[in-house]
Every structure is written in structure tokens, then in C-alpha cells.
Design a protein around this ligand. Sequence first.
Ligand code: AP5
Ligand code: MG
Length: 213
Amino acid sequence: MNIILLGPPGAGKGTQAKMLVDKYGIPQISTGDILRANLKAQTPLGIEAKKYMDSGKLVPDEVVIGIIESRIKEDDCQKGYMLDGFPRTVAQAEALEQMLTQMSSGIDDVISIEVPNDELMGRLTGRRTCRNCGQGYHVMFDPPQKEGLCDKCGGELYQRDDDNEATVGNRLKVYADQTQPLIDYYQNKSLLRPIDGLGEIKEIFGRIGQVLG
Ligand code: AP5
Ligand code: MG
């Protein structure tokens, strides 16, 4: 089961992916999380990527394609995986298709989480994430039991550097310009599964489950 989670910043890709990992037993591969982990470890890749991420721009295609190419060959991906935030340009989608064809593999479903723009700013500026385990929260829509602390592991919650209004504005524009064309791209391949991303987090999880079976 090889799945792509597509959707604008704040659509709920990461939130749903974490729940789908438990349900289907396949890993979530988030290029954003991988880049942030590199930054935390102060690798040259992470330091270089930060320049793009802080301004809401995309990291160059060849960098993220390289990350995915090695990640999907790892042992835990043999039964399948969920790509969260990749591909994000047509060039990335084409590179993915090429590498999967070479591996005699392919994508089964592209879950496209649809949320109107006016909802996304509030979701992103209110997001909090656990520094330790990566679990996501929202100050209003999905608050932790104890303010500032993760329910799962007790870790400290933080706000992402790119979740301020100015950077979110750029990210939404970059999404419209560079990522939205993938909706038509996957529609033309009959892989697109549109999901209404408005409503309770659990409701949306149910909608995705109905599509994936
Ligand atoms: P990335 O980390 O992928 O960020 P993104 O795509 O902008 O998406 P987000 O993680 O912000 O949103 P999400 O859909 O995961 O939302 P979440 O579930 O957390 O990428 C960051 C940067 O890395 C990029 O800008 C780029 O620079 C670089 N990058 C990454 N991949 C790249 C690539 N392939 N190519 C080039 N560059 C790349 O939810 C958001 C909030 O809403 C949370 O607080 C959550 O609790 C809340 N929420 C979720 N669902 C609901 C709901 N139903 N109702 C109310 N609130 C909800
Ligand atoms: Mg995410």
C-alpha cells in the first residue's frame, strides 16, 4: 500500500498520517519532518534547507528527491508507506514515478485533503508540536491535556518557525503555484481520491478509511 497525502499547508496531512500509521502499520515519510530532523542535528542539509523553509519556499527538487529515493528503499517500507508532503512539484512527481517504475512498484492512492484557504491560517498559527515525539496539537482545535506538554510522552510542545503569519502566507502562495497542479496530474492518472478536510479530526480519519478500505 503506497499512498501519497496531498494537501495545502495545514490541511491535516501530518495529523491524519500519524493515525494511519497505527491503523495500517506502514510508515509516514514526511519530507518536512526529515528536513527538520536534519536541522536539529545541524547537518549541512538541514542548515541549507532552513533558508528555504523559513521563507516558505520549496527546497530544491533534487534535494528532496534524493531523500525519498533512499528512504523508500529501507526495510520498513517493504509493505508500503505514506508520503506526506512529497511530491510537491510536477518534477518531483515525475521523478517519483520513474524511480518506482524502476523498482517495479507504483502509487496506489493519492489522498487529496481539501481545506479552504481561510481555514488554514488559523490552523497553522495555532499548531503546537512535541519536540520529543512529533505529535501535533492545536491550541484551540486539539489542545493537550496539560498546556505546553505532550499527552503521549510528556515532551515540551513548541511552535514551528514557519508557522508565523508572514511565512504561512508565502507557503499558501507557493502551494497554489507549484503543488496544486499535482491535483490534475493525479486526476489524469485516476489516482486522485479527494477528501473533505473540514470537520472533526476523527471524522476525516473515517473518510480516508472508507476510501482506503
Ligand atoms: P511540511 O512540514 O510538509 O509543511 P506543510 O506542507 O506546509 O504542511 P504542514 O505540516 O504545515 O501541514 P499538515 O497538512 O501536515 O497539517 P497538520 O496535520 O500538522 O513542509 C515544511 C517545509 O519544508 C516546506 O515549506 C518546504 O520548505 C520544505 N519541504 C517539505 N517537503 C518538501 C518537498 N517535497 N519539496 C520541497 N520542499 C519541501 O495540521 C495543522 C494544524 O491543524 C495542527 O495544529 C492540527 O492539530 C490542526 N488540525 C488538523 N486537522 C484539523 C481539523 N480537522 N480541524 C481543526 N484543526 C485541525
Ligand atoms: Mg505536516
